[in-house]
Structures are given as structure tokens and as C-alpha cells.
Ligand binder design. Structure first.
Ligand SMILES: C[S@@+](CC[C@H](N)C(=O)[O-])C[C@H]1O[C@@H](n2cnc3c(N)ncnc32)[C@H](O)[C@@H]1O
Length: 316
């Protein structure tokens, strides 16, 4: 018990410090040169004692360089704090704040008194939020899949984080999502990588719109958990039709297989957010794939702590 209490105590604190540092504008002063904490406090009109403690925590978290009482963001981390960058983490922290509100409703939901589900307000914010947290895994996936892709489809593309590494290697990508996500997340982020010429966008509901044909690769990045099994079955049928023979469907998601706690927590997240969404075990995905005529090839672990994996299925 002691171990569990210690592991959950102050779990929220690093998030609060980082969010406060960004919201109060502290990180803006740390972007370009070393600044003493008292000068920063004066210029930002903030309480010097609090600012000093926040800077000490950011330093201990490995975010800052330090010269005595002066601090600066590490050069390689600047892109995460610049609001125009696709790597900006402010959207992710905002998303985490929204999640806290959602999770406070868990006991009420268990008592059958859940608040009515709201339509997700800002899917584009979520899409942008997920870019910096998935980018290294996306590069790793392209590298480990290791096959030349001429034509790919990214379904529920969000920021296009999972397909950009393939586009950087020359693939033509068709990216499908809701119109507001394409316009506010996919389009600007693809443009910031100078890849607009490689992309065509399909705007609409993935169950309604045509997916096209002739793909060597279809990517489902973090979308299975939104839907119940019967919807995934429909999506698998669409994927089967759209793939070339020997084409691959790559499903990236948190995989529930007793190895890690996180996919079970995320299962509750989807219970709160969608009612019928859930996380899946590899066996459940394989069962659905088999029904649609797709064969399981392999799993590529991307983040073992969270059991975030890519399951590779192939059309025979
Ligand atoms: C969790 S986000 C994942 C985004 C991106 N693939 C990633 O991993 O960062 C889920 C995405 O699926 C999209 N989505 C959900 N339901 C959809 C639907 N019925 N039709 C099209 N897109 C949908 C959302 O707009 C959102 O961009």
C-alpha cells in the first residue's frame, strides 16, 4: 500500500507547475537568454518567491539550463514552448486540464448519475495536442515498418502525425478527418513541414465518405478506442476494400494485455468520454480483422510503459 500511496502522491504537481509557468508567461521569458529569477518576476509582474520555486522545479524536471540564479530553456526544448510550432505543448496541457474535469465525474458515473455526454467541443485542439507526444513514435513506426509506401491513407488523421514520416519519404497521403480538424490541425501542420504537395484531404465522417482504393498502407492512429467493436468491424471492411493485395492496415493504440496499467486507465477515460468506446486487446483486434479477411502480421511496441503499440494487419 505504501508503494501505491507514494506512487500516486503529488502525481498532479509537475503538470500544475508546467501549466502555471506557461499560463503566467514565465516560459516566454526563458526562450532566448539567461534571465535572473528576480528580473523575470519584475518584468512579468509576478511574485518573486513563487517564481523562484517554480524555476527550481522546472530545472529539476530537466527543462532549464542554469547559471546560479539565472535560468533559460534548454535550446533543444524551445520548439515545445513556441506557440506557432507544431511541437507546442500548450494544447496538450489544456487537454489534460479538460481531462481532469472529465475524471472528477467518475464516482457519479458509477452511481448511474453521469452528466449527459457533450459533443466533443474542440477536436482540432485534441489533434494538435497529440502531435508532440506522438512524433518520436511516428518516426520510429515508419522506420520499423521499413517498406516503401507510394500511396497511404491516414484515417482520423488529426494532425497527420502518423503519416508525415511516410510523406517525408515521398509517399502520397490521403488524410481523412472531420472538416474542422482538417482545416485547423492537419492542414497547417502539414504546411509547416512543407508537405502540402504530398497530401490530399478527405473531409467528412469516416463511416460516410469514400476511402478510395489502391493503398499500400492505411493508418488508424489512436482511433479504435473511440468506437465499439461493431463499428470497428465496418471500418475493417472499408479498409479491406481500400487496400491493395499485400497492403497493410496499421492500428496504433493503447493495447490491453495485462502488461501495463495505462490501457486500463484509458479504458475508463473512454467510458467517461464516449460510453461505447474502449481499449482493445490484441486478441480482440485479431478476431475482428480475421472476420474482415485481414491477417495479423506483427506488433511493433512504441511506448512500453503505456503499452502503446502498432498492430500490423495485411490483406492477403
Ligand atoms: C484521438 S484523435 C487521433 C488523431 C491522430 N490520428 C493522432 O493519433 O494524433 C481521433 C481523431 O479521429 C477523428 N474522428 C473521430 N470520429 C471521426 C469520424 N466519425 N469521422 C472522421 N474522423 C473522426 C477526430 O476528429 C480526431 O482527429
Amino acid at each position: 500500500m505504501e508503494k501505491i500511496l507514494k506512487s500516486i502522491s503529488f502525481h498532479f504537481a509537475p503538470f500544475c507547475v508546467l501549466k502555471a509557468a506557461m499560463d503566467a508567461g514565465i516560459t516566454d521569458f526563458l526562450l532566448d537568454s539567461f534571465i535572473p529569477f528576480d528580473e523575470l518576476s519584475l518584468r512579468a509582474k509576478l511574485d518573486a518567491e513563487g517564481v523562484k520555486r517554480v524555476l527550481e522545479v522546472l530545472y529539476q524536471m530537466g527543462l532549464l539550463d542554469r547559471k546560479e540564479n539565472s535560468f533559460k530553456l534548454k535550446e533543444e526544448l524551445k520548439k515545445f514552448f513556441e506557440v506557432q510550432s507544431p511541437f507546442y505543448i500548450g494544447h496538450y496541457l489544456e487537454h489534460l486540464k479538460n481531462l481532469n474535469n472529465r475524471w472528477e465525474n467518475l464516482a457519479q458515473a458509477l452511481k448511474g448519475k453521469r452528466k449527459p455526454l457533450k459533443k466533443p467541443k474542440d477536436m482540432a485542439l485534441l489533434a494538435k495536442a497529440l502531435f508532440p507526444i506522438n512524433w518520436s513514435s511516428a518516426l520510429e513506426l515508419e522506420n520499423k515498418l521499413n517498406f516503401r509506401v507510394k500511396r497511404a491513407l491516414d484515417v482520423g488523421c488529426g494532425s497527420c502525425v502518423w503519416s508525415i514520416p511516410f510523406a517525408l519519404k515521398g509517399a502520397r497521403v490521403f488524410a481523412l478527418d472531420l472538416p474542422e480538424v482538417i482545416e485547423n490541425a492537419a492542414f497547417p501542420i502539414v504546411k509547416s513541414f512543407a508537405l502540402s504537395g504530398n497530401y490530399s484531404f478527405i473531409k467528412g465522417d469516416l463511416f460516410q465518405v469514400e476511402w478510395g482504393k489502391g493503398y499500400e498502407l492505411i493508418i488508424w492512429g489512436n482511433i479504435c478506442h473511440i468506437f465499439p467493436a461493431e463499428k470497428i468491424e465496418l471500418m475493417m471492411q472499408k479498409a479491406f476494400k481500400a487496400l491493395n493485395s499485400k497492403g497493410k492496415l496499421v492500428i496504433v493504440d493503447f493495447v490491453k494485455d495485462s502488461k501495463a496499467l495505462f490501457p486500463y486507465l484509458f479504458d475508463i477515460n473512454m467510458y467517461l468520454a464516449t460510453r461505447k468506446g474502449k481499449t482493445y486487446s490484441p486478441a480482440e483486434i485479431q478476431h475482428l480483422a480475421k472476420k474482415a479477411g485481414l491477417e495479423f502480421r506483427n506488433a511493433i511496441p512504441l511506448d512500453e510503459e503505456r503499452n502503446h503499440s502498432a498492430l500490423v494487419l495485411e490483406k492477403p
